[in-house]
Design a protein around this ligand. Sequence first.
Ligand SMILES: Nc1ncnc2c1ncn2[C@@H]1O[C@H](COP(=O)(O)OP(=O)(O)OP(=O)(O)O)[C@@H](O)[C@H]1O
Ligand SMILES: [Mg+2]
Length: 145
Amino acid sequence: MSKSIDSNSAAPIVEAQGLIKVFGDFWLRDKARAVDGIDFEIRPNEVFGLLGPNGSGKSTTIKMLLGLLRKSKGKLTVFGRDPSDVSIKQRIGYLPEESYMYRFLNPQETLDYLESSLESHVKFARSGRTNFSKWLAWKVLLDVQ
Ligand SMILES: Nc1ncnc2c1ncn2[C@@H]1O[C@H](COP(=O)(O)OP(=O)(O)OP(=O)(O)O)[C@@H](O)[C@H]1O
Ligand SMILES: [Mg+2]
């Protein structure tokens, strides 16, 4: 990991302290402790890698950073705000490990679909009836299935 000279003095972009995520089963009993009290900070200009064996909680941590999963305990902020805060979404880019494109659409149709889908959902989000992170969560869930 490399740091620029003044990155230590800047406010962290991501701050996790004692971050825990426990997945529950149907009866809300603890099923998997995916993230078990991790602490880290990412400051401006840092390139930060999350490394760990399979099942160690990397994807779960990223999903919490994106506001797609709620933390169970601990502190987690992105740009100083809760990851569910819609105002930070425009500053985040995310490239999923798998992309979910519809096989029956050609490239132009895929772009048209994404454009119209984004436009309508952004309008919906701005209307105050929902928020972008909720929409994104639903979209990811629906696209995965
Ligand atoms: N939705 C879920 N419900 C229950 N358990 C889950 C869920 N998602 C992940 N887990 C469990 O949480 C743990 C961490 O999973 P996670 O996918 O975050 O690991 P990972 O570090 O990204 O692994 P990999 O390197 O294989 O991608 C694993 O034990 C996994 O089985
Ligand atoms: Mg993963």
